[in-house]
Design a protein. Sequence first.
Length: 324
Amino acid sequence: MSTEFQLIDLEIPRELTGERLDRVLARLLPEHSRTRIRGWIDAGDVEVGGRRCKPSDPAPRGARVRVRIGPVASTTAVLAEAIELNVVHRDRDCFVIDKPAGLVVHPGAGNPRHTLQNALLALDPTLAAVPRAGIVHRLDKDTSGLLVVARNLEAQTSLSRQLAARTVSREYRALCRGLPTGGGTIDQPIGRHRSDRVRMAVRGDGRPAVTHYRVLERFRAHTLCAVSLETGRTHQIRLHLAHAHHPIVGDPVYGGRPTRPRGATPELVEALRAFKRQALHAAILSFDHPRSGRRVAFESPLPADFEHLLAVLRRDLGGEAGGA
């Protein structure tokens, strides 16, 4: 591993003006923990407008920030595990992984092993020298689909900046209850639920969150939607669609009490009962390649359980798919 320091230059975006500096940097550099960022600030490795600062200082609008990052120590707490991964793309700077439903991204309370991070360390042991084994964004445990993994610090910095600038494009497929209109935008702030720390909630004092959706296919009492994000809040798609009274099928947190369409065939009743996860899939991912700068895009087909449920819905409709 290189012993050289890495210099990162950032600019404080307008929407983060006035927030604590350590919080702002945690947003702009999500691959690094807030504790590590505070350590850099306290050590004088962060300068705002050429001056040293404190973690609690308010971030001035448009200010230039320089961060000096030393070598990243190898993490021994997360062990490599030989878990099979579907690697859609690989080069010397990044992997694109098609994550199956049921695989947790990061180790945490209750999931110390058998995660994507454990699998990545086995796939490429040099990722031990990259924070969080190169993971720069996440999917919920039971959401399937595409995510990008950086294989070095330079790629991680580039991808994290793109995420902060909202130039990483992600489009999902969501099967929701009810029959929404042809498309729309849900613009509702999101924060932690006041009494249930596992859930998120629409809150007036939450962080801005914007979700766009359009109808792809209609069934008698369900709709397949394409969903894209302007922001990347925890549980954003699941919460926003539930807030719009169209919760995702199978969602154990925001889906509410399971219902069956009136007159549903026994096959459909059984298929809905058997679908035990949220019907949400990260289908399309595009970003600027961290080395070449060229736009790259990847697409993932729906997993077999999702496709089976759609096939049953089409048969229930009478054998013809309802176009948008």
